[in-house]
Ligand binder design. Structure first.
Ligand SMILES: CC(=O)N[C@H]1[C@@H](OP(=O)(O)OP(=O)(O)OC[C@H]2O[C@@H](n3ccc(=O)[nH]c3=O)[C@H](O)[C@@H]2O)O[C@H](CO)[C@H](O)[C@@H]1O
Ligand SMILES: [Mn+2]
Length: 353
């Protein structure tokens, strides 16, 4: 029996269940038994376009529901969680919409790794390095090899206008690096705008083909372990300059004519656009939506105050992240460090070119 999970992606699963609902409400099962599976499976994954009746497929679906979804691993030992003991008394660890906020001390990476390994997912990282910024790639990739997702399958997707220079940078032998050539741009604003477009188009073209995707700026240096705790459906990082600030001091776009506009009495947090993550589907939705908003602004002669970051913040206000990373994840040495910043994990803003 081929497992259903091999046949269906997330979309396929939804389509099948939708298919069943439509089918059962509009025709009897007997009627549908005589239909070719092809008709039904147009709703689902192409791999299911095989000869078989609806009955066979329904039976297959029912059987596979009872199978364990992921590989089983030997159990691991860890300290029992104590429900009466908060993971932090200093900081918020869950938002009002029930998204966890990841701080050092709030998670056990061994448990997370064990759970992740059962699912056997690949993690992609996109990074853009155009113009003189290609020189930052070496420290980005070398530090990622040392601290990022150790023990997991990682693919780096490097976008650059100078692929020949990038090829010379050596990366860890167990990791793949795909280099995609992009056009050169004179202005930074153009680069920020293009990134959103390139990302959603390449996800659609399957040039980026992973389960989880992390989108990072090249002027980041990994300083301590960053693991699967940063993965989730839609994950954003708190900005170190603003995490203690009130919403009226956030540098959101305040021009009501811009697509990125956020009124002064709205906003949860100020997120940085230089490190975000999610499933590839969620990153597709985010980048496509931001790209559309940036282009609408462009056609009206508007450039949002912090470019893609303004649009990113607008998107996340109305599509709440399912996980938030503390500023430990993207720290800037220019910010006064207080006691809640226990482990600086990634450093931003040291452009040593
Ligand atoms: C003042 C300003 O605009 N700040 C924006 C910029 O902060 P930053 O001042 O940190 O921007 P930056 O210079 O790091 O540029 C952002 C990223 O674009 C890429 N890049 C940029 C220029 C270039 O010539 N070549 C190149 O490859 C590279 O990946 C870089 O890390 O970026 C953030 C997104 O991450 C936000 O959008 C910020 O609002
Ligand atoms: Mn930067």
């Amino acid at each position: 029996m081929i497992r259903l999970r091999n046949l269906l992606g997330c979309g396929g699963r939804v389509a099948i269940s939708l298919g069943l609902h439509i089918v059962l409400s509009e025709a009897t099962v007997e009627q549908w038994n005589s239909y070719s599976a092809v008709n039904v499976m147009k709703l689902g994954d192409k791999m299911l376009l095989r000869n078989g009746t609806f009955k066979e497929i329904k039976e297959h679906y029912d059987t596979t529901l009872d199978e364990p979804p992921f590989k089983s691993l030997p159990s691991i030992q860890y300290i029992k969680p104590d429900i009466l003991k908060p993971s932090s008394t200093e900081v918020m660890t869950v938002t009002p919409w029930l998204a966890p906020v990841v701080w050092t001390g709030t998670f056990d990476r061994d448990i997370l790794n064990w759970e992740f390994e059962r699912k056997n997912h690949t993690i992609g990282v996109t990074v853009f390095a155009l113009g003189g910024y290609w020189k930052l790639l070496k420290s980005f990739l070398e530090s990622a090899d040392k601290f990022f997702m150790i023990g997991h399958r990682v693919i780096y997707y490097v976008y650059t206008d100078q692929p020949q220079k990038v090829k010379c940078i050596s990366i860890h032998k167990d990791r793949k690096c795909k280099i995609y050539k992009t056009s050169s741009y004179d202005s930074k604003a153009r680069i920020f705008m293009q990134r959103m477009e390139i990302l959603h188009l390449d996800i659609k073209r399957k040039l980026i083909d992973v389960h989880y995707l992390v989108c990072a700026d090249v002027d980041l240096v990994f300083h301590n372990d960053v693991g699967v705790e940063v993965l989730g459906d839609l994950v954003a990082t708190l900005h170190p300059w603003f995490y203690r600030a009130n919403r009226d001091s956030f540098t959101y776009e305040r021009n009501p004519l811009s697509q990125a506009y956020i009124p002064i009495d709205e906003g949860d947090f100020y997120y940085q656009a230089n490190f975000f993550a999610g499933t590839v589907q969620e990153i597709y939705r985010l980048t496509k939506c931001c790209d559309k908003a940036i282009k609408t602004d462009d056609s009206n002669g508007i450039v949002a105050v912090f470019h893609d970051e303004s649009h990113f913040n607008k998107y996340l206000l109305y599509h709440k992240p399912t996980k938030i990373l503390s500023p430990e994840y993207i720290w800037n040495w220019g910010v006064h460090r207080t006691s809640e910043i226990k482990t600086v994990r990634i450093i931003h803003g040291q452009k040593d070119m």
